[in-house]
Design a protein around this ligand. Structure first.
Ligand code: FES
Length: 116
């Protein structure tokens, strides 16, 4: 499988305990900074259509802005109702002050879309 690391942001674009929306070749990504460690997930909640980048990061958990569903940022696992389906997560690396996300074509297409 071919690997496809995509530069999505610079260090400093996303502050500690915050989340921003970035685009990786058309894939909407939520990019998190949890105590200086970066994580990337699909930006769309697995419950209904809401952008997680408009939610809140609290103690390593992202809270969806629409129905307050919560996911563990490191694993993408749901923390309880109303969310039951994990987030699609993407590997992240930091190189030369830039943040890169690995988008594998098979993984991107298998990401759960809103409402499924
Ligand atoms: S859309 Fe995210 S919890 Fe409902």
């Amino acid at each position: 499988m071919s690997e496809n690391w995509i530069k999505v942001a610079a260090i400093g674009d996303v502050e500690a305990d915050d989340v921003i929306a970035v685009d990786a070749n058309g894939q909407e990504i939520a990019l998190y900074n949890v105590d200086g460690t970066y994580y990337a997930s699909s930006n769309i909640c697995t419950h209904q259509y809401a952008r997680l980048s408009e939610g809140f990061v609290i103690d390593g958990v992202i809270e969806c802005p629409l129905h307050q569903g919560r996911f563990d940022i490191a694993s993408g696992k749901p923390k309880g109702a109303p969310v039951h389906v994990p987030l699609c997560m993407f590997p992240v690396k930091v190189e030369n002050g830039s943040i890169h996300v690995l988008i594998a074509p098979a993984q991107a297409s298998s990401c759960v879309k809103a409402g499924q």
